[in-house]
Design a protein around this ligand. Structure first.
Ligand code: GTP
Ligand code: MG
Length: 428
């Protein structure tokens, strides 16, 4: 009893005074919070103890202690929460500033261009400053790019909501007049298609006058059949003026195999009496180190095409990385799906930019069940076969000669052409 009354005295004497706590059997200082005491108090019901007459005063003491300690604790928590809130607000402000800076930079690139495409996007209903910035940053800077891209991809890459995306796609489609049209209109469009010469008359004839814009052309064949050589030659030829079989444009070369050789470009440029320095300058080069990187480079290409006057995209080769990365039967479905999406990214580019030509190279794989005829087939199976618009098979001939065979084209007859690979590039 004497001890309990001592405690009461100490409690009454005020903050800062030491006293012995009966509950946790430790010395406490009034007004301080003790972890050990809280642990003890947590497991003890205060109400239960009040019933016990013998320990009534000490129980009252612990009840008061707990109350004051709880109050102090809750004050402290309030303070911490307030501080956290302030810090979160600061972080949010900094984040917003960074985003704004990034987006502004993106917007500047386009404003420099005085881009009419961006102006058209700006005029779509519901497109404010923030939405426009998001669209441009994700590479959707024209009506075509919005209209031809699946909504899920626009949402994923721009961060816009599904309703906004659906509205934008619908409005872009209306503006572009996408829907049914007469074959006459399609014919008018096809008449405007231009072509790049291959530097071989025979090969050009196989393509109906050169490699046409607005589609994906695939060259497939065994090693050393000239796929990479044709790719190099087209990078030079696309730069020629229209009257000489070029498109007056530049090339974007994505190399997945490390076989791009500027020295070959120099030889080919000299073959056309072109200033090789200028020719090299007009080829934008990107080395893809793996399949994800390759996919990313093609996505980034969207933003380069207008800016750099790109009229030809080379992807050499289309599925090399996929073949080495996706090993085993279990990964086949996944691999084919990824290649399919990738090919559609390429096809979409030709929809968005009708004066763009996309050329991909592809390897062959052997068909173990073929005993007569050609035992090789293009890698990638049906997915690639359906994805590319025009497919040409290359094989070796005598010496420098190579044979190209038209395998699939919506409007060209099957046929063959013989061409040569020389020091100055492709010729008849
Ligand atoms: P892979 O990439 O291995 O599948 O082969 P590819 O089809 O891409 O072969 P590529 O286009 O690189 O062709 C290589 C062949 O082009 C060589 O075997 C040579 O026959 C020929 N070639 C390359 N450079 C020259 C050259 O300077 N002069 C001549 N005459 N031929 C060349
Ligand atoms: Mg090659």
């Amino acid at each position: 009893m004497a001890k309990a009354s001592d405690d009461v005295n100490q409690r009454q004497s005020g903050v800062g005074e030491p006293y012995f706590c009966e509950e946790c059997k430790r010395n406490h200082t009034k007004g301080k919070i003790y972890k050990e005491h809280l642990k003890f108090a947590k497991f003890k019901s205060v109400d239960d103890e009040v019933v016990d007459d013998d320990n009534k005063i000490s129980d009252l003491l612990s009840k008061d202690d707990i109350a004051s300690e709880e109050e102090a604790l809750s004050n402290e928590i309030d303070e911490i929460e307030e501080e956290n809130e302030e810090k979160n607000e600061e972080i949010e402000e900094i984040r917003e500033e960074i985003d704004e800076d990034d987006l502004d930079e993106g917007l500047e690139d386009y404003n420099d261009d005085g881009n009419a495409c961006v102006e058209a996007v700006k005029k779509l209903p519901g497109v404010g400053e923030a939405t426009l910035k998001k669209l441009i940053k994700a590479g959707f800077s024209s009506l075509e790019s919005i209209a031809y891209t699946p909504p899920t991809i626009i949402q994923k890459e721009s961060g816009l909501g599904d309703k906004t995306t659906a509205k934008l796609i619908k409005a872009s489609m209306e503006k572009l007049d996408i829907g049914f049209k007469s074959a006459e209109v399609v014919w008018e469009y096809r008449k405007n298609i231009t072509r790049i010469t291959t530097s071989s008359q025979e090969l050009d004839n196989l393509f109906g006058g050169g490699i046409e814009t607005g589609c994906v052309v695939e060259f497939f064949g065994e090693f050393r059949t000239g796929k990479t050589q044709i790719a190099h030659q087209l990078c030079v030829n696309v730069q020629l003026p229209k009257e000489d079989g070029g498109l007056n444009g530049n090339a974007l070369y994505i190399d997945t195999e490390g076989t791009f050789r500027p020295e070959r470009i120099i030889q080919m440029a000299e073959g056309h009496d072109l200033d090789y320095k200028k020719v090299l300058k007009n080829i934008v080069f990107g080395r893809a180190y793996n399949s994800d990187h390759q996919i990313m480079l093609i996505k980034e290409a969207t933003n380069l095409i207008k800016e750099k006057n790109i009229k030809l995209i080379i992807l050499d080769s289309l599925i090399g990385h996929f073949r080495s990365e996706y090993v085993g039967r279990g990964t086949l479905a996944n691999r084919q799906q990824t290649i399919n999406t990738h090919l559609h990214d390429l096809l979409r580019l030709t929809d968005i930019f009708p004066d763009l030509c996309v050329v991909v190279t592809n390897q062959v794989q052997s068909k173990p069940d073929v005993f007569y005829g050609n035992p090789t087939v293009a890698a990638g199976g049906n997915i690639v076969a359906h994805g590319s618009t025009i497919r040409v098979y290359l094989r070796k001939g005598k010496g420098e000669q190579r044979v190209a065979k038209m395998i699939d084209a919506p409007h060209l007859p099957e046929g063959e052409a013989v061409f040569s690979i020389t020091e100055n590039g492709i010729t008849d």
